[in-house]
Design a protein around this ligand. Structure first.
Ligand SMILES: O=C(O)CCC(=O)C(=O)O
Ligand SMILES: [Fe+2]
Length: 329
């Protein structure tokens, strides 16, 4: 499997359409083949990522009680701290050996979009004791969203639809910025006595539109090829790894591939990564994109709203969400 490295700087050069088109073609091809690619030439600076990584380290170093005060279990809209093993990406394996912090669009309580019809909207939960945390993260959130929209504009160009087709679908995005911390893992023996390396994050596909991943220098991200083999997606300086999620696969009538991946790290060192999940507004109509269905054929999937799709996906991964909903009924 080939995971291409694509320099997207031409997408920011408004005057040269030929170069833009070449980049759009390269992205479109990668999304049809592996569903994974790297981007370089983006506007998020190394200095910014260092600042964000430091905030992540500071956050996970807080006392457990302080992190639990903003537990995701206390949030109606899936924001805050998730302890190790809270998320089980591969249902056949134990919970993932990672802790997480999720933030998104910070809507104040009482905002008109918040309500039982749209359960993913609402306020964030922030730690109190880290200076600048909220302000820096919220700035970073919008900068990452702008990058996501730029990548989507390339898909629009490749699909021969209006370049800003996706733009209007991100006024109140469900996008999420996530800190992940994988504490040291040690190898253990299975029942036959064979040494087993722990899987840090189980095999899964992402739920949403596209994911933009920053990973530290440790490595461990692996992508599954069509034969079921795991291929390393090692860190590349100043790049992000981009992958297609299930919503975009559905939206594009399976033109684009949502490919299984995992974090498999034999290391006893700790690992940090920072995914940004690019998801549109809750009410976005996810029905077959223009030019993604052959003439005379019906699209493969029924229309669904982006929000309903995300809720359906979350409920199958987080035990606490289904426990809570069972308790309510
Ligand atoms: O930590 C990583 O490198 C990947 C995380 C991931 O795949 C996810 O959160 O969906
Ligand atoms: Fe993922």
């Amino acid at each position: 499997m080939h995971i291409p490295v694509i320099d997207i700087s031409p997408l920011y050069n408004e005057t040269n359409d030929t170069n833009k088109y070449t980049v759009a073609q390269a992205i479109d091809t990668a999304c049809q083949n592996s569903g994974f690619f790297y981007v370089t030439g983006h506007p998020i600076t190394a200095e910014r990522m260092l600042t964000i990584r430091k905030l992540s380290e500071q956050f996970f170093a807080l006392p457990a009680a302080e992190k639990q005060r903003i537990s995701i279990k206390l949030s109606n809209n899936h924001r805050g701290y998730g302890e190790t093993a809270a998320e089980q990406l591969d249902p056949s394996k134990p919970g993932d050996w990672k802790e997480s912090f999720d933030m998104g669009l910070n809507l104040p309580a009482g905002h008109e979009l918040i309500g039982p019809k749209r359960p993913l909207y609402g306020p964030n939960q922030y730690p109190e004791s880290i200076e600048g945390f909220q302000q820096i993260l919220e700035q970073h959130y919008w900068d990452m969203l702008a990058l996501g929209k730029k990548i989507l504009s390339a898909l629009a160009i490749a699909l021969n639809i209006n370049e800003d087709f996706f733009d209007s679908k991100f006024t109140h995005p469900l996008s999420v910025l996530r800190f992940l911390h994988y504490p040291p893992r040690t190898a253990h023996k299975d029942e036959t006595g064979a040494e087993v390396q722990p899987v840090a994050a189980g095999a899964h596909t992402d739920y949403g539109c596209i994911t933009i991943l920053w990973q530290d220098d440790l490595g461990g991200l692996q992508v599954q090829d069509v034969n079921g083999n795991w291929v390393d997606a090692p860190p590349i300086t100043d790049s992000f790894v981009i992958n297609i999620g299930n919503m975009m696969a559905r939206w594009s009538n399976d033109r684009y591939k949502s490919t299984p991946h995992r974090v498999y790290s034999p290391s006893s060192e700790e690992r940090y990564s920072i995914p940004f999940f690019v998801e549109p507004d809750f009410d976005t109509d996810v029905s077959c994109l223009p030019n993604c269905c052959k003439e005379g054929e019906a699209p493969k999937y029924e229309p669904i709203s982006a929000g309903d799709w995300m809720i359906y996906c979350f409920n199958s991964t987080y035990a606490y969400r289904t426990e809570a909903s069972t308790a309510e009924t």
